[in-house]
Write a protein that binds this ligand. Structure first.
Ligand code: ZN
Length: 413
């Protein structure tokens, strides 16, 4: 799937908008001599945009319209360094709501639904995105924001909420509370819209079963509008991404080369019509693949597979790209091994070979040596590398709510 003629002309309009604005990227493009693109090949030569550049442009360096046209800003969290600020025009806000309403519709949600929104409201894009989409659709928004489980459950029962919007962690917490308090008969939920992140099937199945709901993964990121740029359809064969607003590519995170449909790599998104802060070829660092072919639901929007982790976790041994999802699949095959892992890669000068060490966790009931040997054999047969495997007790490896770093490459040190 290459960029089509309509999308190319939209990209050209965006390049002109950027150049005329004199913003941060206008300097980058002027320096690179970029004035427009006429073929998919030329498009693929436009330099990537990345979160690190956006930080250089803090606070409003990526704004591409006069202040009079900016109606709102959002900001992504600044866990490392400065946050990224994205300005929105009235059209951007409307476009985002339009995409979000589509997401609800694809999930089978109607104006008759009552949508309980638990993501946070404020500088970041979550709550307000869910809200605007809900209002656009014509459903009833119950704008709870996060936390206060007592109140959440009270509203869920008294207002007979039919849709829950939440992170997977919060949906799990609510499901556990509902189970513990025996409230299942009192709730009317039928669907859950869960912010897309990597989450286990076990967690998904528990939430779906305990709440008796269908679950949908919604995709998005603050730099590109926010959540609501794509969602699974009821056929559950990947997330449809709205290609009239966005163009999506998958690249090799190390070489930057565009990969064919079906191959796993990093998601790169181009905003085709965003005015406030257009981004061309923005590296999301999320790993997935474009699912080839058309969906059985009949919608023509291209599909992204479930997010498989972060490209920062992708690694290369003996010249072969390896993905966290492959490691997880292997670990899932060994009884008593948790899904947590750590990988260290080094280079042995004396033999001129890469060395890979995999640390995994095992439950006390299993034989550590046997489990380790199983992991080693699976790496050998499936990934064609033979690691040294270290087995430690469960809960030894660090865990965090955010994206845990699992791969440590010592070769560049
Ligand atoms: Zn579909």
């Amino acid at each position: 799937m290459k960029i089509n003629a309509t999308q190319l002309s939209q990209v050209n309009r965006q390049i002109r908008r950027i150049l005329d604005s004199g913003n941060y990227y206008s300097q980058v493009y002027k320096k690179a001599g970029i004035t427009g693109v006429s073929t998919p090949e030329e498009f693929e030569k436009i330099p990537f945009t990345d979160k690190a550049d956006l930080r250089n442009a803090y606070p409003l360096g990526i704004q591409a319209v006069p202040d009079e046209q900016v109606v709102r800003i959002h900001s992504s969290s600044g866990t490392t360094g400065k946050p990224v600020i994205s300005p929105y025009t009235a059209k951007d806000v409307a476009d985002w709501a339009e995409m979000f309403a589509r997401c609800y519709e694809i999930a089978g949600i109607t104006p008759g639904d009552r949508i309980q929104i638990t993501p946070g409201y404020g500088l970041w894009t979550a709550g307000i995105g869910f809200q605007a989409g809900c209002e656009r659709l014509g459903a009833m928004a119950i704008p709870m924001g996060p936390g206060n489980t007592e109140k959440q459950l009270q509203m869920m029962i008294d207002l007979q909420s039919t849709v829950l919007c939440a992170t997977s962690s919060y949906a799990l917490l609510l499901a556990e509370e509902i189970n513990r308090r025996g409230l299942k008969d009192k709730i009317c939920l039928r669907k859950g819209i869960i912010g897309s992140e990597r989450w286990s099937d076990a967690k998904r199945n528990y939430i779906a079963r305990e709440l008796g709901i269908e679950l949908y993964d919604i995709y998005g990121l603050t730099e590109i509008y926010g959540p609501g740029i794509g969602i699974n359809c009821p056929d559950q064969t990947g997330m449809h991404i709205f290609d009239d607003f966005l163009y999506t590519e998958i690249i090799d995170p190390q070489t930057g080369e565009v990969l064919p449909d079906g191959e796993e790599g990093e998601i790169v998104i181009t905003t085709l019509v965003k005015e406030g802060a257009p981004l061309i070829r923005f590296r999301t660092h999320d790993l997935s693949r474009i699912i080839p072919g058309e969906c059985s639901c009949g919608r023509h929007f291209p599909r992204l597979d479930t997010i498989r982790g972060r490209s920062d976790d992708m690694f290369k041994v003996h010249g072969v790209n390896m993905f966290p999802s492959q490691v997880e699949e292997i670990l899932g095959l060994v009884d008593g091994i948790s899904s947590e892992y750590k990988i260290d890669i080094a280079h042995d000068e004396s033999t001129n070979r890469d060395i890979i060490m995999v640390t995994v966790e095992a439950e006390g009931r299993v034989n550590f040596q046997q489990a380790g040997e199983q992991v080693r054999q699976l790496f050998k047969s499936r990934m064609h590398v033979t690691p040294k495997v270290v087995v430690v007790s469960i809960n030894t490896l660090p865990r965090s709510e955010k994206k845990t770093r699992r791969v440590f490459d010592h070769r560049s040190e």
